[in-house]
Design a protein. Structure first.
Lengths: 201, 201
């Protein structure tokens, strides 16, 4: 570290993202449509080589888009930039509410094209999001070679402690198909592997 | 969400931070000194009202500073900006390595003034950090009113799956004292509370 190194973090959503999203503005999205968008974003992200095969969308209680994001780990060089983390953060920026329970037209819902990893699951209660809707399951993610990390014993149900509602298997087949495609194309798994895969355990 | 809302995330470390850090550059820090710095940052963060009572430091194998950060949740309005998350991200930015195992003078160590919450614990394996050193324990954090979230059954030992070494109780008393001070001063607890504290469970 030197005196000239930056003391700020910046992450830009990709250029294709800004031109893709506007057609979804001002249209109320139901669960299936919001998930379709999250899945479409995950597929676009692969096509554009801008990150891993994951997308996330946040809507308000009227179904209007509040934020959306894709996984940017490889393009940003920052391992926290999972789709869910960025979508929650953009929702806080767009609404001006640290606690999304206080956002206009709350409660807000997070749509994730795939089950959140341990980090993202841990981040959810701190955001004030009220509902988490999931496409692909952990076993579908494993097909693409990604480790989900070590989650609490209760898994997704751990969110109930904060009154957060969880809906799984929404458009699961379409979400899982994107992950299977990624695997077939030999898509990069950019995580440091656990020891057993390093041949040390 | 409108057409004019930003599609990027930015987090700036506070102004006081940049003037405080340079005296630590170019001096090799042992475990006690690196933790002293993380704790000093946590205390400074309270004094300056720039966030919660948490600091984090990252050093390389020679003990030189690679990155440092404080909790910026209240000042950034972004709930992911815990000290550990920002320190890991700044280390990736400063070294240019998404996988910190490949950083110059790796392996790298993370010093956290207090035990990482569920989100930060989940983030650690994705960063490539090799070692996590902890000051205050979860019970010291509870004194200040903060919930740590739901962690895996193995707790910190879950990191062993990635070969990550954990050292706890380094300067614990000094770290816990900062948290106790924060509680005495009536420092803000900015997390959405679990249901039982909302009187609904």
């Amino acid at each position: 570290m030197s005196h000239t190194q930056p003391w700020f973090v910046q992450v830009n959503l990709p250029k294709w993202f800004e031109s893709y999203l506007p057609s979804y503005l001002g249209i109320p999205l139901d669960d299936a449509h919001a998930m379709d968008l999250a899945i479409a974003l995950s597929a676009k992200n692969i096509q554009h080589h801008t990150g891993g095969p994951f997308g996330a969308v946040i809507t308000n209680s009227h179904g209007f888009l509040v934020a959306a994001a894709v996984n940017l780990v490889t393009s940003s060089g920052q391992s926290w930039t999972h789709a869910e983390m960025l979508a929650l953060t953009l929702a806080q920026i767009h609404t001006g509410c640290l606690d999304l329970r206080k956002a206009p037209l709350a409660p807000l819902s997070l749509y994730s094209s795939a089950e959140p990893c341990a980090m993202c699951l841990g981040a959810v209660p701190w955001s004030g999001i009220a509902r988490v809707v999931i496409g692909a399951r952990e076993e579908d993610i494993l097909v693409a070679g990604f480790d989900e990390g070590d989650k609490p014993a209760l898994g997704l149900a751990s969110l109930h402690r904060w009154g957060i509602v969880v809906n799984a298997d929404v458009q699961r087949q379409a979400a899982a198909a994107v992950l299977a495609d990624y695997a077939r194309q030999g898509g990069a798994v950019y995580q440091p592997p656990p020891l057993r895969e390093q041949g040390c355990e």
